[in-house]
Design a protein around this ligand. Structure first.
Ligand code: DSN
Length: 426
């Protein structure tokens, strides 16, 4: 068959875009070459509905080994007793958790999207807000940190069946122990969605949600630096307290209900090429090299947040414990949208983001979210954060000055060319 130059030329163009820019989207990363090789490999040809040893198709003996290896490596990373590696994404993982734990109409309590939460934690625009009765907690106006008192008051008044810890734009660690204590008082389950900080949790650099939360979900492509995908884990199995049964009406342990919720509840054939790539990335996470990487993420994030504060930027919660920071640009007279678009012109990529108590729409926003996992993968160190913040500040202080922005774009190219990305790809 003739090579599809149209598509491959575009893929190469995207490679060049990734190479020549400074990537600060907090949820993005650069996988290793071997992760990408596994993703583009022959398990993509295979149907394997079911689970290792219990498939609905023949010829799954090698696929079973691939999936089992990924599961065992993942369990080892987090000291988990059970794991499912089939969810196609983090949203799918959360959907399966809700299916296994709750009945439609049940109450859930999560961090408000406008305060840094996630769509799948009860947003009215998402299945979680449409199928379940969603309640929210927020952050405190003065500190920008989770308002656990509000969480507790809402939990006690409303008695949700599930409390969700986790965020997509929150720079501080979580008090899982306190949330579990609140949940125990009302008989609720606790789900920790660790999609963002998972890689730091994997190396013990943040509080361990497994100790206190019944179920833990995550994506695999953010700090975990694997292929795009989702996972669900538990340290200990337990019985569903709310009477959710399997499709035949039988009572089953939560591990079985979660497996059934992923398949056949919500997905069909698993993406075994992606599961192979998950396995490769899990193997990488188990190395000392990744431990050094995870520690460097925190060093870089702290150096970057200090550099922003030095230049008068208003960081929500005044800093960071993890890989990201959220910046309120109102004192700089800029919207998040304008900042994102202007920085794009200089090939510095990040995203506009609502800040707590934002007065602007999610399409405009008052803030930006900045994260360091991708630049850390490229090899940047603490000392490289100051020059990046200086370039960002120059662009944002000269948002109408095309000549100046162009000048910074050239600086970006020469700065980032010192950190080669995928040289093997030509
Ligand atoms: N869209 C992801 C993020 O950027 O944080 C969350 O799913």
């Amino acid at each position: 068959m003739q090579r599809d130059t149209q598509v491959f030329d575009l893929i190469h163009k995207e490679l060049e875009r990734q190479r020549n820019g400074i990537e600060l989207i907090a949820s993005e990363n650069f996988t290793s070459l071997q992760v990408m090789q596994a993703m583009g490999s022959v398990p993509t040809n295979k149907y394997a509905e079911g689970y290792p040893g219990k498939r609905f198709y023949g010829g799954c003996e090698v696929i079973d080994e691939i999936e089992t290896l990924a599961i065992e490596r993942l369990k080892k990373i987090f000291n988990a007793g059970w794991a499912n590696v089939q969810p196609h994404s983090g949203a799918q993982a959360n959907t399966a958790v809700f299916l296994a734990c709750l009945k439609p109409g049940d109450k859930i309590l999560g961090l408000d999207l406008s305060m840094g939460g996630h769509l799948t934690h009860g947003s009215p625009a998402n299945f979680s807000g449409k199928n379940y009765q969603a309640l929210f907690y927020g952050v405190k106006k003065d500190t920008g940190t989770i308002d656990y008192d509000q969480l507790e008051a809402t939990a006690k008044a409303e008695k949700p069946k599930m409390i969700i810890c986790g965020a997509s734009a929150y720079s501080r660690d979580w008090d899982y122990q306190r949330v579990r204590a609140i949940a125990d008082q009302i008989g609720a389950l606790v789900l920790a969605d660790i999609a963002h900080p998972a890689g730091l949790i994997a190396k013990g650099l943040l509080n361990d949600p497994f100790e206190h939360c019944h179920i833990v979900s995550s994506t695999t492509h953010k700090t975990l630096r694997g292929p795009r995908g989702g996972i669900i884990m538990m340290r200990h199995d337990f019985d569903n307290p709310f009477g959710v049964k399997d499709p035949k009406g039988n009572t089953r342990p939560m591990s079985a209900l979660l497996d059934l919720a992923v398949f056949p509840g919500m997905q069909g054939g698993p993406l075994e090429h992606v599961i192979a790539a998950k396995g490769v990335s899990f193997g990488e996470i188990l190395t000392d090299e990744y431990t050094i990487y995870a520690r460097q993420i925190i060093k870089n994030a702290q150096a970057m947040s200090a550099a922003f504060v030095k230049r008068g930027y208003n960081l929500i919660s005044n800093g960071t414990d993890n890989h990201l920071m959220l910046i309120d640009l109102r004192n700089k007279n800029l919207t998040g949208k304008k900042a994102q678009e202007t920085l794009d012109k200089a090939h510095i990529t990040l995203n506009k983001n609502a800040v707590p108590f934002d007065d602007k729409s999610p399409f405009i926003t008052s803030g930006i979210r900045v994260g360091v996992p991708a630049v850390t993968t490229r090899g940047l160190l603490e000392t490289d954060m100051e020059p990046i913040v200086e370039m960002i500040d120059t662009v944002l202080s000269n948002a109408g000055n095309e000549e100046k922005i162009n000048e910074v774009k050239n600086q970006v190219h020469s700065f980032i060319s010192r950190f080669p990305l995928y040289p093997e790809l030509g």
